[in-house]
Design a protein around this ligand. Structure first.
Ligand code: GTP
Ligand code: MG
Length: 239
């Protein structure tokens, strides 16, 4: 019996264009993953954080408002190119009294989604406070998305799309998007874009680790749980 000498696996190239990504959504109970990342949803009360995360993960929408107490936890699995990615989603409550509790969750988050509602100017004005809190408590390399939710309420719009875009550019945030948890507009895209950017960060880290041994001060991206697990089972496709 002969055994093939196994070659070291070549590091995957960082995708450059949209078509370089192959995305496959996987069921919530998919048993295996290669990479796991923590996402946190923050923003004023009632902007739609819970509805947005629920729509993205479970494709459900409730008109009835039930304020989140503390936080809720959801998971979303997908495959980006050759890696199964598990997103651990922390949907936090926007009430002021819970702010100190919530800020404990900023640490070790790989990505924060800052949500306001397009029909609520105050929630947009408050984005600055949320951003300052986040920057003071989260890791330096946390990725930040700005999301204007309730985009279906066009007639009640108080924040223009341009204002959101400009804020993203001025503050050097990673992405701006308008969403609607009600119609589903972009709800799942927020998670897909999060997985793509975190996958890229992982590849960049991997390239550095593979090609440049002993880079002074170079460590695994903070807040990014890089867990490689062998794949055992083939999962069912979802949705
Ligand atoms: P807290 O848990 O208190 O921080 O609020 P939240 O940000 O989680 O808000 P939640 O998701 O509970 O939504 C608040 C209200 O807004 C509910 O009545 C939802 O039905 C409504 N809502 C949420 N998203 C949308 C949306 O995209 N469009 C419309 N029209 N209503 C929405
Ligand atoms: Mg909530």
């Amino acid at each position: 019996m002969t055994t093939k000498e196994s070659k070291p696996e070549a590091a995957a190239e960082t995708p450059k264009k949209e078509e370089d990504y192959k995305i496959e959504l996987l069921p919530e109970d998919y048993p295996q993953y290669d990479l796991s990342f923590k996402l946190i949803f923050i923003g004023d009360s009632s902007v739609g954080k819970s509805c947005l995360t629920t729509k993205a993960v479970k494709n459900n929408f409730e008109e009835y408002y039930q304020a989140t107490v503390g936080f809720e936890f959801l998971t979303f699995n997908m495959k980006v190119n050759d890696k199964v990615i598990k997103l651990q989603i922390w949907d936090t409550c926007g009430q002021e009294i819970y702010k100190s509790l919530i800020s404990n969750f900023y640490r070790n988050s790989s990505l924060a989604v800052l949500v306001y509602a397009i029909d609520n100017k105050e929630s947009f004005t408050h984005v600055e406070n949320w951003l300052n809190d986040l920057k003071s408590q989260a890791n330096d390399d946390v990725r930040i998305f700005l999301v204007g939710n309730k985009a279906d309420l066009e007639e009640d719009r108080k924040v223009t799309k341009e204002e959101g875009e400009k804020y993203k550019l001025d503050q050097h945030l990673d992405l701006f998007m308008e969403t609607s948890a009600k119609t589903g507009q972009n709800a799942r895209n927020v998670l897909v874009e999060a997985a793509k950017i975190l996958y890229n960060d992982y590849l960049k880290f991997d390239e550095n680790a593979n090609n440049k041994n002993d880079i002074p001060g170079k460590q695994k991206p903070k807040g990014t749980e890089l867990i490689a697990k062998p794949k055992k089972a083939q999962g069912k496709k979802c949705c």
